[in-house]
Write a protein that binds this ligand. Structure first.
Ligand SMILES: C[S@@+](CC[C@H](N)C(=O)[O-])C[C@H]1O[C@@H](n2cnc3c(N)ncnc32)[C@H](O)[C@@H]1O
Length: 262
């Protein structure tokens, strides 16, 4: 059974609790039962991938996608503007959130197709709402690890803070390599990486509470090399003090890995 949102769990649980309410000793007990189910049921019964999806649906509904946009845009725009663009380039953003990178790339690419992919329904809704004026921007609701691109290929593939959520990161990097046209570039940015000690707490239940894969800088470079990428460039992009929202952004910064398909 696919459970998508906490709303649907709540609705279903409420129906079943209220149906059997007369059998309960204390009506207040149903509330306790309901809260226990919402808390423990979601943690124990939901597949980790669904928990991740649910987290980002909630973020999108609560407006955290905009906070993520403002937190990430300095690094993201620096990386994107460092690539060489043609007006006809095709562009894919994997784990696009509210689609802000497509709106930025549309400044360089007027004719090519811009595609944002995310498996959170609510993120995709926000992305479509915010990008209505960008005629070449399209969004697709899909799990990247299961997505079949139907033969479509891209000149540039980008991802910010999404790849470490995948169960098999190496396989996902290989998939990007297959999706690129010859000469195409893949730029992958992560803030959760071994050299950024401040990020190590992010998968804990007290923080995001979803599985994340931790790689070193060398580990990311190896994933790119093993997938067939050439001319791999890697750097830590540090934020200027006045734009930084957390101390690690000025100290270690975001890890950027860029590879070319030859
Ligand atoms: C931390 S957010 C980053 C969003 C955006 N890239 C940004 O910079 O703000 C990670 C995004 O990756 C998406 N995501 C995670 N796993 C995914 C998967 N398997 N397939 C597609 N999207 C995924 C989430 O839904 C979420 O929107």
């Amino acid at each position: 059974m696919q459970i998508d949102t906490s709303e649907s769990i709540r609705a279903r649980t409420r129906t079943s609790i209220f149906k059997h309410r007369e059998h309960l000793v204390d009506p207040g007990f149903s509330d306790v039962l309901f809260n226990c189910w919402v808390y423990f049921g979601q943690r124990l019964l939901l597949h980790p991938m669904n928990r991740t999806k649910q987290l980002f649906n909630r973020w999108a509904l609560e407006g955290h996608d905009k906070a993520a946009e403002s937190e990430h845009s300095y690094a993201v725009f620096k990386v994107l503007s460092s690539l060489e663009w043609a007006d006809t380039d095709s562009y894919l953003d994997i784990g696009c959130g509210n689609g802000y990178t497509l709106r930025y790339v549309s400044k360089f690419v007027k004719k090519g197709r811009l595609l944002g992919l995310d498996f959170s329904r609510e993120m995709i809704k926000n992305a479509r709402r915010a990008s209505g004026k960008v005629r070449n921007a399209h969004f697709i609701l899909a799990d990247f690890t299961k997505w079949s691109a139907g033969g479509e290929k891209f000149d540039k593939v980008f991802s910010m803070e999404a790849f470490y959520y995948f169960k098999n990161v190496g396989r996902a990097v290989q998939k990007v390599h297959r999706l690129l046209n010859s000469g195409g570039a893949f730029a992958c940015v992560v803030d959760f990486y071994a050299e950024n000690k401040a990020s190590h707490a992010w998968p804990k239940p007290s923080c995001c509470g979803v599985p994340m894969k931790l790689f070193t800088k060398t580990g990311w470079r190896r994933l790119f090399r093993r997938s067939g990428f050439k001319n791999i460039e890697q750097y830590q992009l540090k934020y200027p003090k006045k734009l930084a929202k957390a101390p690690w952004q000025t100290k270690v910064g975001s890890l950027v890995t860029v590879g070319i398909k030859r």
